[in-house]
Design a protein around this ligand. Structure first.
Ligand code: NAP
Length: 337
């Protein structure tokens, strides 16, 4: 291949991203200079965070510049190298972009991965990397679960949520999942071993709170929040004393300019509860521990991690939209080579 297809952010989306917000271009391959190496990206990760980075609003990472390719975690294979630590054929993981080829300069944090220890390379996007680590540290370091406590997870059938619920189950919690639609509710209990599952679609805060209350008669000790809005407001009405609310994400707000807000925050006072946000990279020093533990659970069959692998860079927009329609069935990944 002599050209580099790149999926550029052409303008900042208003609401749900439109196909016209992006442009697929072909550019010459970058040239490898001293210390750098060229990676052929095979799979890119499609994440809700990319929608946040498409906005100009302040965030934990700078906005994706207009006219630049959409930033993405990727795994791929080194094709050319002038760096003694990387040889052609090495599999690597890094924060690259939705593009065929990424030139990695000396000192950039792309690292080698050992694909021989996993059943497929995409495990480095779905389980033993940031998604798995988000679930692991979000729950264990921030939620601090104790055996016998009740854990409520929103976005429960998704990439992060499904792992959170299973780690909670492994740690002896009673686990309740909130997700969209009957099929996801079925998968939560049958595939992921949740104790109870609730469909939030078409329900208001009071209805959802009533169902959470039935599933958690003693209240919820830990809320793992991926969604915000209705699920969060409903969870706030059913807290146990000294509950911990872990804010992992608020996907229901990502396509809204007017943010939803949480209306029942006074319940933090009533229940002496705490609410805390985190970013997975806060825990970078402990990534090796999480990686080993998750690999162990995967190998023993205690943890199931599903992947939704879509095909082709030309399908990026349609694939990305699966995150916001809820049609993704596991960690959303795009195969581009
Ligand atoms: N803090 C961190 O470091 C960190 C790291 C990674 C991810 N995250 C956050 O974790 C959350 C989950 O990410 P993921 O990668 O695992 O994605 P995911 O859950 O696999 O996919 C997104 C899911 O969100 C639900 N959703 C989408 N729009 C919604 C809406 N308007 N209202 C309610 N639910 C909606 C859909 O499920 P339903 O069909 O159930 O609606 C969809 O399947 C996101 O909030 C993300 O930003 C945080």
């Amino acid at each position: 291949v002599s050209t580099n297809r790149r999926f550029l952010l052409a303008r900042r989306p208003q609401g749900l991203p439109a196909p016209e917000d992006f442009e697929l271009v072909r550019e010459p391959l970058p040239t490898v200079g001293p210390g750098s190496f060229l990676v052929r990206n095979r799979y890119v990760s499609l994440d809700p965070a990319q929608r946040i980075w498409m906005d100009e609003a302040p965030s934990y990472m700078p906005p994706i510049p207009l006219g630049q390719p959409v930033r993405a975690l990727a795994i791929g294979v080194v094709e050319q190298s002038d760096n003694p630590d990387f040889a052609p054929g090495d599999w690597v993981f890094g924060q690259h972009a939705i593009e065929d080829y990424t030139l990695v300069e000396t000192g950039e944090p792309t690292r080698k991965i050992d694909v021989s220890i996993v059943d497929r390379p995409t495990r480095y996007l779905s389980a033993i990397s940031l998604i798995g680590f988000t679930a692991y540290f979000g729950l264990l370091a921030h939620g601090k679960p104790q055996a016998g406590e009740t854990l409520l997870v929103s976005g429960a059938a998704g990439a992060v949520g499904s792992i959170v619920g299973q780690i909670g189950r492994i740690r002896g919690c009673r686990v309740i999942g909130v997700a969209g639609g009957a099929e996801k509710v079925r998968r939560l209990t049958e595939d992921y071993g949740f104790d109870a599952a609730i469909d939030y679609r078409g329900k208001d805060v009071e209805q959802l709170a009533a169902e959470i209350g039935s599933a958690a008669p003693h209240g919820v000790d830990i809320v793992f929040e991926n969604v915000g809005s209705t699920p969060l407001d409903a969870a706030l009405l059913k807290l146990a004393m000294r509950a911990r609310i872990v804010i992992c994400g608020m996907i229901s707000d990502y396509n809204r300019s007017e943010k939803s807000g949480a209306r029942n925050l006074f319940q933090l006072v009533v229940k002496r509860a705490s609410m805390e946000g985190f970013i997975v990279t806060d825990h970078i020093a402990r990534f090796p521990e999480a990686s080993a533990q998750i690999a162990h659970w995967l190998g023993s069959g205690e943890l199931r991690v599903d992947e939704d692998v879509q095909e082709g860079m030309e399908n990026t927009h349609a694939a990305f939209m699966r995150l916001f329609s809820g049609t993704n069935t596991g960690k959303l990944i795009l195969r581009i080579a």
